[in-house]
Design a protein around this ligand. Structure first.
Ligand code: ASP
Length: 335
């Protein structure tokens, strides 16, 4: 009898402990790139298009998270929507290289397993984030580049697209401006960002698992097979089960500062909050080196931060209340 009572007491205590553990909710945060155009140059029409694409990406990811789907699936789904939208520098609408091509980079990381996949310099892959995920799941490698990545894509049944698919007139004109400027000054003017609109997502699912992904066309006028931070695990993308980060900005500086991993390392080793860690790296380390850009960072408790040191950063977030929030410029109150 005494034994039975003890078992019952233990059972009650155990269930109290389980019930009192904070319910894991879900959260999705996305970005459509730092270096948003100055407020005065953004037409209402363009703002509406951008916000509705962000909104669609949030809903695509949230519909997966809401029914208990994985953060990895949510990140992939959100990024695919943004890659397909012509307003962002990823997939359709990617910036042009110096010699007039679109070369796409993407990466994805699963915080639970610490598995990751990335591709760089692909020219015929409609949704590079899907290929990055295939690299993670169906190869023994983490990163594939150029023609090799495209050969691997074919083995996974990913049909190549005509490179003309990625072209938008606006991006073409950006390249013409870049080339004219380069001729005039004999040097590339780095004071105006030649990146705009990389995309990324970080998500926390109901099981408490985090994931992160990033996709980009890189920087206008890039040459010699230049690869930025977006496909580099630890620089543009990183996730473990405490912290997930996707970055956007001047990639060379983000690589040197190992931005995404540094943020998560601060959370893990110093016990920093997501916000403190992200702010420190984006608002001190990166500008201290001379770079600019921003990140979205998400913690296992659903707390998140979206710091940037550019005029703006296209961004949005959503949680279980189903309300999608989108922002472009700094806001007085924090999310
Ligand atoms: N970080 C990207 C790169 O350097 C560009 C961007 O974020 O817009 O390739």
């Amino acid at each position: 009898m005494g034994k039975l009572a003890a078992i019952i007491v233990l059972g009650v205590l155990f269930s109290m402990q389980v019930n009192s553990a904070p319910a894991v909710e879900y959260r999705l945060v996305i970005h459509g790139g730092a270096g948003a155009m100055p407020r005065a140059e953004l037409t209402l029409e363009r703002e509406t298009e951008i916000r509705s694409a962000l909104d669609a990406a949030l809903r695509a990811g949230a519909s997966i998270l809401d029914v208990g789907g994985s953060s990895l699936d949510a990140v992939t789904a959100s990024i695919v929507v943004l890659e397909d939208a012509p307003w962002f520098n990823a997939g359709k609408g990617a910036v042009f290289t110096h010699d007039g091509h679109n070369e796409l980079d993407a990466s994805i990381m699963d915080g639970h397993s610490l598995k990751a996949g990335a591709v760089a310099g692909v020219r015929h892959v409609r949704n590079p984030v899907k290929l990055a995920r295939e690299v993670m799941q169906s190869s023994s490698h983490v990163m594939l580049t150029g023609e090799g990545a495209e050969a691997f894509a074919r083995t996974r049944g990913i049909e190549p697209v005509d490179p003309a698919y990625f072209r938008t007139e606006e991006r073409w004109q950006q390249l013409q401006k870049f080339l004219a400027n380069e001729k005039k000054t004999a040097e590339v003017d780095r004071s105006t960002p030649s990146y705009l609109g990389t995309v990324g997502a970080v998500a926390l699912d109901r099981k408490g698992h985090l994931a992160a992904g990033t996709s980009t066309g890189g920087m206008t006028g890039k040459r010699w097979g230049r690869v930025g931070d977006a496909p580099i695990i630890g620089a543009g993308t990183y996730a473990n089960d405490r912290c997930a980060v996707s970055a956007t900005g001047w990639g060379e500086f983000f690589i040197r500062a190992v931005v995404a991993h540094d943020i998560c390392a601060r959370v893990a080793y110093r016990g920093d909050s997501i916000e403190a860690a992200a702010n420190e790296v984006v608002l001190r380390t990166v500008p201290g080196l001379g770079g600019d850009g921003g990140v979205i960072a998400l913690g296992r408790d659903g707390s998140f931060a979206t710091p940037f040191n550019t005029a703006g950063m296209y961004r949005g977030w959503i949680g279980p209340d189903g309300e999608a929030h989108t922002e472009i410029y700094p806001v007085a109150t924090k999310p």
